[in-house]
Design a protein around this ligand. Structure first.
Ligand code: HPA
Length: 273
């Protein structure tokens, strides 16, 4: 098997050769949040299948490409589609893009997702700024030999989601009259949705929303020393909190309705980071 450092270096080299500029911010788009990719000016589009070491995206609603260019006068790389643990990837594959971005010199990350709301104020269509996360259910993406060139063996996780970025998003939301909530995101491995008992359990532990992504990427990004803004789009009440069953089509339908607010929020926050 190819050494992980070689995989990272080869992918970074391929992207650097393709875009010919130094990106400043990486943005990961969650389910149904794809339209932000259309906001990229002078885009260079790179398919995951063309990047050495990258897998194809298997999830409906995830394009599976990097869209590189300008948003709000900042040079960005937008990941339209991400890799999930539930697709069968190991954590090195799930978080490969983050380390590739670090190699490209990126120090700022915006990570978005669709999530189920647990806190009573979170309803379908709500936007939640992530203040912290629970990773109990998440196999650590830092397990195994430490990649010393990226970060230390035992990395502090006191402030995964950068306070000044949360404040920047709050200010943008206020300016554009977009209601935003804040809370703690809890990772579940999926792909099945949670049981009501699981949701009641993590609510006791302090979770405000549940989802199947973001935490592995955020842990690796912090390990690399990146500053992170995390935003959840609440697409449904979490299991047991709504009278209807959960479905992926409900998740994408709500994401579609709320996408304008998400796009406005992210686009206008970028210039503040
Ligand atoms: N649980 C987990 N992941 C999700 C949910 C949920 O309720 N909604 C959207 N993604």
């Amino acid at each position: 098997m190819e050494n992980i450092i070689d995989v990272i270096n080869n992918a970074a080299e391929y992207i650097a050769d393709s875009i010919k500029f130094t990106p400043e911010i990486a943005i990961i788009l969650g389910s149904g949040l794809g339209p932000l990719a259309d906001e990229v000016q002078s885009p260079v589009v790179i398919k995951y299948s063309d990047i050495p070491g990258f897998h194809a995206s298997t999830v409906k609603g995830h394009a599976g490409e990097l869209v590189c260019g300008m948003i709000s006068d900042k040079k960005v790389i937008v990941m339209s589609g991400r890799f999930h643990y539930y697709e069968g990837h190991d954590m090195d594959a799930v978080t490969l893009p983050i380390r590739v971005f670090a190699k490209l010199g990126i120090k700022k990350l915006i990570v978005t997702n669709a999530a189920g709301g647990i806190k009573s104020s979170l309803n379908p269509g709500s936007i939640m700024l992530i203040t912290d996360h629970l990773s109990y259910m998440c196999p650590s993406p830092l397990r195994g030999p430490n990649l010393d060139e990226f970060g230390p063996r035992f990395k502090d996780m006191t402030e995964v989601y950068t306070k000044e970025y949360i404040e920047a998003a709050r200010m943008t939301a206020k300016e554009h009259n977009i209601p935003v909530d804040e809370g703690v995101y809890c990772f579940f491995r999926g792909p099945q949705y949670e049981t009501p008992a699981e949701i009641r359990g993590i609510a006791i532990l302090g979770a405000d929303a549940a989802g199947m992504s973001t935490v592995p990427e955020a842990i690796v990004a912090r390990h690399c020393g990146m500053k992170i803004l995390g935003i959840s789009l609440i697409t449904n009440k979490a299991a047991g909190l709504s009278p209807t069953e959960l479905s992926h089509s409900e998740v994408t339908a709500i994401a579609k309705k709320a996408e304008l607010n998400m796009v406005t929020l992210v686009k206008n926050t970028i210039s503040r980071l």
